[in-house]
Design a protein around this ligand. Structure first.
Ligand code: FES
Length: 316
C-alpha cells in the first residue's frame, strides 16, 4: 500500500523518556486500523521503526489522525533518538497500519503490559470496553515517573485496571501468579520486555493454557548480547556457507547475498521466518517457541536467533 506523508501536529511529553506524537494528513481521512495495530515510520538514514497506534476510544473507520508514543531508548542513535528530535510541523513518512497483534474483543481478556508495551493494549482495552466484554489490564512500570498514561487508563478502565510500580512493590510484577488466575475462556495478551514475556509464556505453558489463547508482542529488539560471536550457516539446498558476524542476523546476511526469505516482525515474535534446523544447535532469542521446541532445537527464528554451535545447517 502507498506510503503516507504525515505532519507532526502535536508532541507532548508523557514521561521524561516517552513522547507522544499526533500525526495528521494534509487532506482527507487516513486508513482505519484494528486494535493492536502499528505503523512503521521511515528513518532518514534508511530503515524504519514500528510504533503501536494509541486510541482510548473505538477506532473510527476513517480516522483523521494517528497517535503513537515513543520511548527514547538508552544509548539510542537510531529510531527513537530521531523520533524525539521531531517537532510540530515536521513531516514523517509512514507505512499504513498493520495489525500483527489482533485482539478478540468478544472473548474475555487479561491484558498484561510492561513499560512502553502499554501502547497496543490501550486500543485493545477500549475495544473490550466498547463491546462490554470483561477484561483486566495489568500495567507495570519501573516507577510512577516512568509510567505513561496512568490517569487516562484509570478513566478508560476503572476497576479493570491494576497498576504495578516496581520501585514501590520492591520488584517486578508476579506474572506467574496473574497467569494462574486465568479461567478457561480468557485470552492472555502480553506486550512488554522480553523477561516479562518469557515469564508469562512459561507460566501459561505450565498451566496448560493452549497457545491459541496466548498472544504476544515483543517490545524490545533482540539486540546483540555481549559475548555474541560469529557462526556459520550452511544452506541445505545449495551447500553455500555464510558467516554471520555479531550484530547481524541470519536474514540480513542471506538477503544481502540475494536470497529471498519470508519474514515480517524481525523481532522474534511473529514466527513467519521459522526455519528447520537440520544440524547444529540454535541459540534461541525469540518469544515464539515453546520451551519444548527450544530444547528440541529442530526449528528456529532466523531473524533473531543465533547459534551455540560453530555451524548451523538450515533447510533453506
Ligand atoms: S520475522 Fe517475525 S519471528 Fe522472525
Amino acid at each position: 500500500m502507498t506510503e503516507l506523508t504525515l505532519t507532526v501536529a502535536g508532541k507532548r511529553a508523557l514521561t521524561d523518556r516517552i513522547a507522544e506524537f499526533t500525526l495528521t494528513p494534509a487532506a482527507g481521512p487516513l486508513p482505519g486500523w484494528d486494535p493492536g495495530a502499528h505503523i512503521r515510520v521511515a528513518l532518514p538514514k534508511g530503515g524504519d521503526r514500528a510504533y503501536s497506534l494509541v486510541s482510548f476510544a473505538p477506532v473510527p473507520a476513517a480516522p483523521d489522525h494517528y497517535r503513537i508514543a515513543v520511548l527514547l531508548e538508552e544509548n539510542s542513535t537510531g529510531g527513537s533518538a530521531h523520533m524525539h528530535t521531531l517537532a510540530e510541523g515536521d513531516s514523517v513518512t509512514v507505512a499504513p497500519p498493520k495489525c500483527d497483534f489482533p485482539v478478540n474483543a468478544d472473548a474475555p481478556a487479561l491484558l498484561l503490559a510492561g513499560g512502553i508495551g502499554i501502547t497496543p493494549m490501550i486500543s485493545m482495552a477500549a475495544a473490550h470496553k466498547a463491546a462490554g466484554t470483561p477484561f483486566r489490564l495489568h500495567f507495570a512500570a519501573r516507577s510512577a515517573a516512568a509510567m505513561a498514561y496512568a490517569e487516562d487508563l484509570t478513566q478508560l478502565c476503572g476497576d479493570a485496571l491494576a497498576l504495578h510500580l516496581d520501585d514501590i512493590a520492591g520488584g517486578p510484577v508476579d506474572v506467574t501468579a496473574l497467569v494462574r488466575t486465568l479461567d478457561a475462556d480468557t485470552h492472555l495478551y502480553i506486550c512488554g520486555p522480553r523477561p516479562m514475556i518469557d515469564a508469562a509464556r512459561a507460566a501459561a505453558e505450565a498451566a496448560g493454557i493452549p497457545p491459541a489463547r496466548v498472544h504476544v508482542e515483543l517490545f524490545d529488539n533482540a539486540a546483540a548480547t555481549d559475548g555474541d560471536t560469529a557462526f556459520e550457516v550452511e544452506l541445505a539446498s545449495t551447500g553455500e556457507v555464510f558467516t554471520i558476524p555479531p550484530g547481524r542476523s541470519i536474514i540480513e546476511v542471506l538477503e544481502e547475498a540475494g536470497h529471498d526469505l519470508m519474514y515480517d516482525c524481525q523481532r522474534g515474535d511473529c514466527g513467519i521466518c521459522q526455519t528447520d534446523v537440520l544440524d547444529g544447535t540454535p541459540d534461541h532469542r525469540d518469544v515464539v517457541l515453546t520451551e519444548a521446541e527450544r530444547a528440541a532445537g529442530k526449528v528456529m527464528q532466523i531473524c533473531v536467533s543465533r547459534a551455540k554451535s560453530a555451524r548451523l545447517k538450515l533447510d533453506l
